[in-house]
Design a protein around this ligand. Structure first.
Ligand code: ATP
Ligand code: MG
Length: 479
């Protein structure tokens, strides 16, 4: 049995045993005291009543024989009801009445003459006395209760009652036997139940542990076979989800490495080829040499750009590039980016514009990481310029609307086919290669933009109609 099961089982057994011990304590050890107290209190009440009756009869002058007979009847009944021997003595200590004691249960009067005398004296002082004693021959417990009989506030006699306390002993004995059986039965049932319960608890945990080990060893398709619908079931489910997530990450990582190697190979091959030609064909005309050097420089730049983008992306994803939020105006930033691309746009023969629509005096200030938002805008404008042909248009628009600032980059290029739309934000997604076979980019620009915008909790998206153009947009909360 596993340790958790053992602990569960031991805990449950301890609980049951504690309950049993408490039951023993209360039923057996304290029972006698409870019972005696109740019994004695009841007896005393009854005797005080009887003493009152006697006082009432004596108070009415010399009692008639009918009155005496009625009194005897009352005393007999009280003795019978309480299971006690009753004795009425006058102040001189002479017995006026004694209940029928043919059962002989009480000890002989001689055996406890001393105690009786004590009790009698106390009663003559007007007090109630209570003494316990053990039967000198048979060892049973007896109780002697003395109650004064009052006549006009003076003590006119004593009522002594002897009662055996053995009834409690008997009850306790019966209870003890019952409890003994009950304890054995309960322990047995608890043993089995606790064992079963502990097993049901620990089994799924062991299953989960085994599954976690398999996942750690790399089998991400591990199924955690637990049928529980409780928290343990949820744990199993979470573990399966974690394994799926791990396997996704793992395949993404593999894909990333494959993509990177692929992307690096092309420029490296080109550089190597051109460099080798430069070395081997040194009788090439100068222009040709310069062309080769230009290719080498171009591809080196491309490699640089690629490595930078990859570094940026991995830092962004690892969260090691924390956001440095400052307050800045989106229009000024957008204007700077557009300005940077102006000469490129002119050389391509396309129009690049920027417009800001303020609303009710809002100036488009946001609280964000300025450098990163600039990079997003840079990537979007670069993409747009890459995709519009000559005579194309690229319009950058900023709009302060309510609590938000909206930024749009719209072009009238070829658009993006609907089936490609969900994938353009993926790493290394580059769309279909166009006529010239090879694109300038490596497909990380939008992935970087997505990371940055997600880190800002910004909404972003793209609307595109093939043939009509594309609009990328994002929204930042106004500061
Ligand atoms: N304005 C646009 N019009 C049409 N297609 C676009 C536009 N912007 C992006 N795309 C498509 O989305 C793909 C991914 O863009 P992304 O910016 O991530 O990579 P890239 O531009 O190819 O390379 P990089 O930006 O890393 O240099 C592009 O290759 C292109 O197919
Ligand atoms: Mg790009």
């Amino acid at each position: 049995m596993s340790r958790i099961a053992t602990r569960l089982w031991a805990g449950m057994m301890a609980l049951v045993l504690a309950v049993l011990v408490l039951m023993w304590l209360f039923q057996i050890v304290f029972l006698e005291r409870f019972y005696n107290d109740l019994r004695i209190a009841g007896l005393e009440r009854a005797m005080v009543r009887v003493a009152g009756d006697i006082g009432a009869v004596l108070g009415g002058g010399a009692p008639s024989s009918a009155e005496l007979a009625a009194l005897t009847e009352t005393l007999d009944r009280a003795a019978h009801d309480e299971g006690a021997t009753l004795e009425w003595m006058d102040t001189a200590g002479d017995t006026v009445y004694t209940s029928d004691d043919s059962t002989g249960r009480g000890p002989s009067q001689a055996a406890w003459a001393g105690i009786r005398l004590d009790a009698f004296r106390k009663v003559l002082d007007g007090k109630t006395s209570r003494n316990a004693m053990t039967h000198p021959r048979f060892g049973g417990q007896y109780l002697l209760v003395g109650v004064p009989i009052f006549l006009e506030k003076r003590v006119a006699g004593a009522l002594l009652v002897t009662m055996p306390l053995s009834a409690v002993q008997e009850t306790a004995d019966i209870l003890k036997r019952q409890l003994f059986l009950l304890s054995i039965l309960m322990s047995a049932v608890a043993f089995v139940l606790a064992l079963a319960l502990a097993r049901t608890f620990s089994k799924p945990i062991r299953t989960i542990t085994a599954a976690a080990r398999r996942i750690a060893a790399g089998s991400y398709d591990t199924m955690v076979r637990v049928r529980n619908r409780d928290e343990i079931g949820q744990l199993a489910q979470t573990l399966e989800e974690m394994a799926r997530e791990l396997s996704r990450t793992e395949s993404l990582r593999r894909e990333f490495v494959a993509n990177v190697s692929h992307e690096l190979r092309t420029p490296l091959t080109l550089i190597q080829g051109q460099a080798e030609s430069l070395r081997d064909l040194d009788r090439d005309p100068v222009e040709k040499k310069n062309r080769r050097i230009a290719v080498i420089l171009d591809e080196t730049r491309r490699l640089n750009h690629m490595v930078e983008e990859m570094l940026d992306l991995s830092r962004l994803q690892a969260g090691t590039l924390p956001l440095e939020r400052t307050r800045f105006a989106i229009p000024a930033l957008a204007f700077r980016v557009v300005d940077r691309f102006r000469s490129l746009a002119e050389s391509q023969g396309c129009t690049l514009t920027f417009r800001f629509d303020p609303e009710e005096g809002r100036d488009g200030t946001v609280q964000a990481d300025e450098e990163k938002i600039q990079q997003v805008l840079y990537n979007l404008v670069q993409n747009a310029l890459q995709h519009v042909g000559p005579d194309g248009r690229v319009d950058v628009r900023a709009r302060a609307a309510g609590q938000e600032v909206l930024v749009e980059v719209a072009d009238n290029g070829p658009g993006i086919p609907p089936e490609a739309l969900p994938r353009i934000w993926d790493r290394f997604y580059k769309g279909e290669p166009s006529g010239d076979g090879r694109r300038k980019g490596i497909g990380l620009g939008l992935a970087i933009a997505r990371e940055i915008l997600s880190a800002h909790d910004a909404r972003y998206g793209v609307d595109s109609r093939p043939g009509a153009g594309t609009t990328f947009w994002f929204v930042l909360p106004a500061a």
